[in-house]
Design a protein around this ligand. Structure first.
Ligand SMILES: Nc1ncnc2c1ncn2[C@@H]1O[C@H](COP(=O)(O)OP(=O)(O)OP(=O)(O)O)[C@@H](O)[C@H]1O
Ligand SMILES: [Mg+2]
Length: 226
């Protein structure tokens, strides 16, 4: 019995009768780093949404920690998802009305009551990305790079098994993008999380242990694609 964090089998997603992808098989192991590249519109975000059941698949099976969750009820999925997945988006998606600490603890509030240890953990994570002492700052006063670091910390807050980062550096200059990428990889390493990186950046993709390309509605290992 393997101990995959996520596995998809024969996955297919159609929109309006057209397949975005089909026959997709892959798995992500504990601590594994994986990239998916592909042209804009090739279906990368859709694949991430389907494997985390934010969208239903048209066909196929999805396993989270070896449990087939394809047809699990929505209550169970919404309890399970934040414990398995942490998300980092290109746009950060921080809540502008809330300060840094409130943003960080938002995903925890969804699944439980905030404990003192959660606040301590949030502060410890901020220290790990060199943002000590900014807990009370309004997120709208932060730079783009600082926001992306806060977003990365927020993704870690529930001790997820895997971080899904969908173009996390797309809005940053080269130097900030490199620093953000290092920070995400270091955080995943320090906390033992796997990483699924969606990126257009070949250099970042090659830093992952396993690289895939999504194109022509199918997912292939980069090594088979070349
Ligand atoms: N809810 C939806 N209804 C209909 N079509 C959709 C829906 N969501 C996405 N699509 C279409 O599916 C295709 C794949 O979109 P997706 O956002 O997954 O691409 P992507 O590879 O993430 O692109 P990018 O690199 O630009 O982020 C696009 O043609 C898009 O228009
Ligand atoms: Mg996308």
């Amino acid at each position: 019995m393997s101990n995959c964090i996520v596995e998809v089998q024969n996955l297919r997603k159609d929109f309006n009768g057209t397949s975005i992808f089909r026959g997709v098989n892959f798995r992500i192991m504990p601590r594994e780093t994986v990239s998916i590249c592909g042209n804009s519109g090739s279906g990368k975000t859709t694949l991430v949404n389907v494997l985390s059941l934010l969208e239903p698949p048209t066909q196929g099976n999805i396993f989270w920690q070896n449990e087939n969750v394809t047809n699990a009820n929505s209550g169970k999925i919404s309890q399970l998802r934040p414990k398995i997945f942490g998300y980092i988006f290109q746009q950060c998606n921080l809540i502008p009305e809330l300060n840094v600490l409130e943003n960080l603890l938002f995903p925890t509030r969804i699944i439980s009551i905030i404990k003192k240890s959660d606040i301590e953990f949030a502060k410890k994570l901020l220290g790990q990305v060199n943002l000590c002492g900014i807990e009370q700052r309004n997120v709208s006063t932060l730079s783009g790079g600082e926001r992306q670091r806060v977003a990365a910390v927020r993704a870690m807050i529930n001790h997820p098994k895997i971080i899904i980062a969908d173009e996390p550096t797309g809005n940053l200059d080269v130097k900030s993008a490199d620093a953000t990428m290092d920070m995400i990889m270091n955080l995943c390493d320090a906390h033992g999380s796997s990483l699924l990186l969606i990126t257009h950046n070949q250099r970042f993709a090659e830093r992952m242990q396993t690289s895939y390309v999504l194109g022509n509605a199918s997912l292939k290992k980069l090594s088979d694609h070349l």
